[in-house]
Design a binder for this molecule. Structure first.
Ligand SMILES: Nc1ncnc2c1ncn2[C@@H]1O[C@H](COP(=O)(O)OP(=O)(O)OP(=O)(O)O)[C@@H](O)[C@H]1O
Length: 226
């Protein structure tokens, strides 16, 4: 992949849902290129389709029309295992709710996705400790999620998403369940870390002020981006 190749390229992306007799056209032809290292805010009112769009880019769900290329590879035509491989190699995810494994401590939660890729344990632990420490959790490495505050849990989720050095981080309202002060702090750390790592990101949010801190803002309205 050359630097001129977008990390993600969407062309004419469409998604509809059938609800009884009604068809809801949520995405009606979305076009978007994100370049390596670029941090893009995805704004749009509730129900406009931000999560649906992130799920498409994350290669997590089918049912889409149109084209999705990740790092220059056309994803929709790939067999499922190749799509999984593409996702593991390139993508990291942060959700509104942290989805951490409750029986594992902070470090183990960040180690796990690296072990899945076959990284040696010592290397995984060093990476986990370094990420968690840079997020201010150096004293919380062996705390389980239930022993962490909401903001701390979300920081662990950020560290987990970045553990495998993804080229693109997909974040769906990553600080949406935190109070405003904590949300701002976690988002600032998230953006600094993503920038420091050189990853690109697509971040869905309702928050205009947070969006203004990113490199570019795109808005989802009536099923298309403006
Ligand atoms: N599996 C589904 N079946 C039917 N309709 C769905 C499904 N998933 C999403 N929708 C509909 O698609 C629309 C977009 O939903 P989506 O969750 O993508 O919006 P959003 O912009 O992320 O909203 P929010 O900001 O509230 O999270 C909504 O009207 C929703 O009801």
């Amino acid at each position: 992949m050359s630097d001129a190749t977008p990390i993600v390229s969407l062309k004419g992306l469409k998604r509809s849902f059938q609800q009884g007799d009604t068809r809801i056209d949520v995405l009606r032809g979305v076009n978007l290129d994100i370049m390596p290292g670029e941090i893009v805010a995805l704004l749009g009112p509730s129900g406009s389709g931000k999560s649906t769009l992130l799920q498409a880019v994350g290669l997590l769900e089918g049912g889409f029309e149109g084209h999705i290329a990740i790092a220059g590879q056309q994803a929709e035509s790939l067999p499922a295992d190749a799509r999984t491989q593409l996702r593991r190699e390139h993508l990291g995810f942060v959700y509104q709710f942290h989805h951490l494994l409750p029986d594992f401590d902070a470090r183990e939660n960040v180690v796990m996705p690296q072990m899945i890729l076959g990284t040696p344990r010592a290397e995984c632990e060093a990476r986990a400790d370094s990420l968690l420490t840079s997020l201010g959790l150096g004293e919380r490495l062996t705390h389980r999620p239930s022993q962490l505050s909401g903001g701390e849990q979300q920081r662990v989720a950020v560290a987990r998403a970045l553990a495998n050095r993804p080229t693109l981080v997909l974040a769906d309202e990553p600080t949406g369940n935190l109070d405003e002060h904590t949300s701002n702090a976690v988002l600032a750390q998230f953006l600094a870390l993503v920038r420091g790592e050189g990853s690109a990101a697509l971040v869905a949010t309702h928050n205009e002020r947070l969006a203004a801190r990113m490199d570019r803002v795109v808005r989802l309205k009536d099923g298309v981006l403006t």
